[in-house]
Design a protein around this ligand. Structure first.
Ligand code: TPP
Ligand code: SF4
Ligand code: MG
Length: 291
């Protein structure tokens, strides 16, 4: 690891974002630059993995190693990268559709393994890239490109979803509060284990007026202002029920006694099994047919 110090601009790539002017994702990438600068790992020690969507373009706007994978598959690939090279700082990011629709099945597994990475979802309650269809977090009643008469489905609640599966660090932010968002992303990255940050990141083109930055600024309720105890999972779940109604921001839950990460458990198992391991030649004998 290097002792060099880094500034936010060192994590900004030369690629010019092609997001619509005013898209909330601009604020998210700024918050990520700030968080990474505060942590200070050099860009080449960071792997930034995403799926497919407007939000999933984000790794390309950073100087980290980036992998814009397949829709809904950021988490399995990010987990593989972390296991193959535990020294890397691994970030995963994507949209609400990417994370809770096609990729929703992966979320439970990264949580129960407690793989050491931060996952940032840019939740705009819509499929932005494909021009405004319902997403899993769209509110009931939303008229969209795929629901002309209004959605007849309840939304997924991402906060309850991850808390229900046992996530050990859960936060929610908005680019309307840039310092707050940068700090919680930094905290998520520093957390030893899987950390989830849901960012209410407005889609200016297909999103609803009450989900835009102005409305966030006026309506957000920072959790520290209501005396929330972030070590209390049940209290966190109680507050998380307000998803879609009250925009609570800050850390909902931070496990005060973090469990071992998946990487630590794998290393421990290797140590346990090492004395019993067969010599390499004997292992090969079992698999390579003799001539
Ligand atoms: C396997 C697969 N299915 C569907 C798509 C089409 N597709 C691309 S992005 C997307 C949804 C994007 O929404 P979200 O993940 O919320 O990201 P946003 O664009 O809103 O940031 C869909 C359905 C695809 N690329 N691949
Ligand atoms: S369509 Fe929406 S989510 Fe996509 S870049 Fe434009 S404002 Fe952002
Ligand atoms: Mg979306």
């Amino acid at each position: 690891m290097s002792c060099q110090s880094f500034q936010a601009k060192d994590y900004k790539s030369d690629l010019k974002p092609i997001w619509c002017p005013g898209c909330g994702d601009f604020g998210v990438v700024q918050a990520i630059y700030r968080a990474l600068a505060a942590i200070g790992r050099p860009p080449h020690e960071i792997a930034f993995v995403s799926g497919i969507g407007c939000s999933s373009r984000i790794p390309g706007y950073t100087t980290a190693y980036g992998f814009n994978t397949v829709h809904g598959r950021a988490l399995p690939i990010a987990q593989g990268i972390k296991l193959a090279n535990p020294e890397l700082l691994v970030l995963a990011a994507g949209g609400d559709g990417d994370g809770f629709s096609i990729g929703g099945g992966h979320v439970a597994h990264v949580i129960r393994r407690n793989v050491d990475m931060a996952y940032i979802v840019m939740d705009n309650q819509i499929y932005g890239l494909t021009k405004g269809q319902l997403s899993p977090t769209s509110p009931r009643g939303l008229a969209s490109a795929s629901s002309s008469y209004g959605s007849i489905e309840d939304p997924v609640n991402p906060l309850l979803y991850v808390l229900g599966y046992g996530a050990r660090f859960v936060a929610q932010g908005t680019p309307a509060d840039m310092p707050g968002l940068a700090t919680m992303i930094e905290e998520a990255i520093r957390f030893p284990g899987f950390a989830f940050v849901n960012v209410q990141s407005p889609c200016i083109t297909f999103g609803q007026p009450d989900q835009q930055l102005k409305a966030h600024k006026a309506g957000m309720v920072p959790l520290q202002t209501i005396g929330h105890d972030a070590s209390n999972r049940i209290a966190a779940m109680d507050l998380a029920q307000a998803y879609g109604a009250t925009l609570y921001t800050g850390v909902f839950y931070r496990d005060p006694n973090p469990s071992p990460t998946y990487g630590a458990a794998v290393a421990e198992r290797h140590r346990e099994l090492a004395p019993k391991a067969l010599p390499r030649a004997r292992v090969l004998e079992q698999f390579v047919p003799r001539a």
